[in-house]
Ligand binder design. Structure first.
Ligand code: SF4
Length: 263
């Protein structure tokens, strides 16, 4: 069975996120109707057709947003990238999804849960693009907190300095990346991550981080496809965090090929 099929089977729709999508669609229709109705009586004084033009403009904007919301919902349910145009996908990732998270927060929804849904949706869009890039055009970005807090080795800048002692996940990940010929780096923040991406110019990025950092990183990096993997935080945030090596391996299997086989 293909990697794609396995991922499709294990997918569960994030209902919280879908619920927020529905609420936003409803609010949008109500607000736009009120926006049209309230001033329309006065518009006739400016020009007899002004009210109609305003109504048409408003309807076009609302329709566009409803289409993007609908595509987001269908993408979540189907597991496929249904955005036919990259500008439409960009609109969703850069503006609409953050707005959805903000609206969800207004209604008291859990921020981490909403951000996890954002990452799940983004990962589906990346999978849906069917990307398979040469190993040399892929980059793995890790947060510094994966490294054992007490480790005396400075792996930022050169992860190969890691002695592979097995006390944290850095060693296994460095080895995995080395075996596959994929660039791997530890980024201490967004600025360093951007610098690494500018230098390497990858076509696929696998980023490991917490919900908040992944959400902002995916937005910042768009249109570069960034596949997000959460780190586990058994000892609290930003301290000796852990990474599911199998999840990283599966994402690399699905999207990165040895250079000779690259499409
Ligand atoms: S695996 Fe590497 S980074 Fe982690 S504690 Fe050992 S030497 Fe340090």
């Amino acid at each position: 069975m293909s990697q794609w099929s396995l991922e499709q089977r294990s997918f569960r729709p994030p209902w919280l996120f879908l619920g927020v999508l529905g609420v936003i669609a409803l609010l949008l229709i109500l607000v736009s109707w009120a926006l049209w109705w309230v001033p329309s009586a006065g518009f006739a004084a400016i020009h007899p057709d002004f009210s109609r033009w305003f109504g048409l403009l408003l309807a076009a904007v609302v329709l566009l947003i409803l289409v993007v919301l609908g595509l987001l919902g269908l993408t979540l349910l189907s597991g496929r990238d249904l955005f036919g145009f990259s500008w439409l996908r960009g609109l969703a990732i850069k503006y609409l999804l953050p707005a959805i998270i903000a609206v969800g927060r207004l209604f008291g929804a859990d921020r981490d849960a909403l951000q996890r849904s954002f990452i799940a949706l983004n990962n589906q869009l990346v999978r849906g693009r069917g990307l398979r890039v040469p190993a040399g055009r892929a980059v793995i970005l890790l947060p510094h907190c994966v490294q054992l807090h007490d480790c005396a080795i400075k792996v930022t800048g050169d992860i190969d300095k890691c002695l592979r002692c097995g006390k944290c996940g850095i060693g296994d990940l460095a080895e995995l990346a080395k075996n596959r010929g994929v660039t791997i780096a530890v980024a201490t923040g967004g600025t360093l991550a951007r610098k690494i991406l500018m230098e390497k110019r990858p076509r696929f990025v696998l980023a490991v981080a917490c919900e908040r950092d992944l959400t902002s990183g995916i937005r910042d990096a768009y249109p570069l496809p960034v596949y997000g993997v959460f780190n586990r935080r058994p000892q609290g945030p930003c301290f000796n965090t852990e990474i599911d090596l199998m999840e990283v391996t599966r994402a690399l299997d699905a999207h990165v090929l040895p250079e000779a086989k690259a499409e």
